[in-house]
Structure formats: structure tokens, C-alpha cells
Design a protein. Structure first.
Length: 199
């Protein structure tokens, strides 16, 4: 549990999927979320604890992302033989683990091949910034394919062009870059009026 708490102290805003053998396990709040969202069952023990086999990674990760959670994947990066060799020179007895993936709703890299999402599902991450002359810049990225588009829009009182792009593309996640705080409130309601909701 010390290893789990070490990772969770840095990733407390994520559902932490911790690799143990051939399973991903979750503890405490992460287990509560996974039981509620993914339909998993608690395991016996003194703390909230659940898990799923590694072949179910895509399905459970996608369910958590669709519910709006960030998902951290911590994998074992050392074999038992490597651990035994390391123990000859080190006192740390646990198998080495590292953060291998961090998914957010806008950076999901699952594909149709993972059997977790439907064909035609669009996932976009959008970054927005306002230039010194008042013009707006936008970059839209599809993390699954690596495709991205950039554009610049003239500033007007109602931000019509930028609001239109937001309504058309319905990004799963927005990144705001200074100094957009003043206009953020005007754009926030545009996202809620998406013509095609993200799937």
C-alpha cells in the first residue's frame, strides 16, 4: 500500500489503476468510483478495494472517461527476476512501478480496435488563447489520430466565430491560456449549446 499512496499523493485528482500481476486494482476513493461507474464489485478487506483483469482495461477506462474522470495507469516495469537481481544491491523489496498513461476526456487514445468506443466517435482537445491585438487563436487536436487544426479569429463583441467552432466541434476538454479569463464566461455557455454532443 505504500507504493499506491506514493502514486496517489501525486495523482489525487485521478482514478488510479494500479497494476498487480495481471490485474488493475483500485483502492479507497478510486475503488468507490470504479464500483459505481464500471459496475465492479468490492473485494474483501478492511479498505475499499476492487479490480479488473488487464484485458478489460479499455472498457473500464472508457467508462471512467465518459463519466468525466481522469484515469492514471500505473504498470509494473520490472519482472520478478529483475526485482531479485535488484534486491542484491538495494533494500527496496517491491516490484518497480511507473506511471505509464494519464488519460483525460480530451486526451483519450482508445480506438475502435480496443472495442471500447463506437465507430465515428470524435474526441477533441481544444486550446484557446487571446492575442495582444484581441484576436483569438484556437488549436483543435484529435489525440487518437494525431491530427490537429489551428485557426485565428477576429475579435468581436460576441465572439461569434469562436462560439461557432465550439458549438460545431464540441471538444471533450478545453485548455484556456492567459489572458482569456475575461471572455471565459461568455464562451462557457457556448459549449453547453453543442449541436452534436460528444459521444
Amino acid at each position: 500500500m505504500v507504493d499506491w499512496w506514493t502514486f496517489y499523493s501525486r495523482l489525487f485528482d485521478c482514478v488510479l489503476c494500479f497494476k498487480v500481476g495481471k490485474f488493475f486494482e483500485m483502492y479507497h476513493r478510486c475503488a468507490d468510483v470504479a464500483v459505481r461507474v464500471c459496475g465492479l464489485v468490492y473485494m474483501r478487506g478492511d479498505v475499499a478495494h476492487c479490480g479488473f483483469p488487464e484485458k478489460a482495461w479499455a472498457k473500464n477506462c472508457y467508462a471512467l472517461l465518459q463519466a468525466g474522470y481522469r484515469v492514471a495507469r500505473v504498470e509494473q516495469t520490472e519482472t520478478p527476476a529483475g526485482r531479485a537481481e535488484r534486491l542484491q544491491t538495494s533494500s527496496s523489496g517491491n516490484v518497480r512501478r511507473e506511471l505509464c498513461q494519464l488519460h483525460t476526456p480530451g486526451t483519450m487514445t482508445l480506438t475502435v480496435r480496443d472495442h471500447a468506443i463506437e465507430p465515428g466517435t470524435r474526441v477533441h482537445l481544444m486550446g484557446i488563447a487571446q492575442g495582444s491585438a484581441g484576436a483569438w487563436a484556437m488549436c483543435l487536436c484529435n489525440p487518437t489520430t494525431g491530427a490537429f487544426r489551428c485557426a485565428e479569429f477576429a475579435a468581436d463583441e460576441h465572439l461569434v466565430e469562436l462560439r461557432s467552432v465550439l458549438a460545431l466541434e464540441c471538444p471533450a476538454e478545453l485548455g484556456w491560456f492567459a489572458p482569456v479569463a475575461r471572455a471565459r464566461a461568455r464562451l462557457t455557455d457556448a459549449r453547453s449549446q453543442c449541436t452534436t454532443p460528444p459521444r
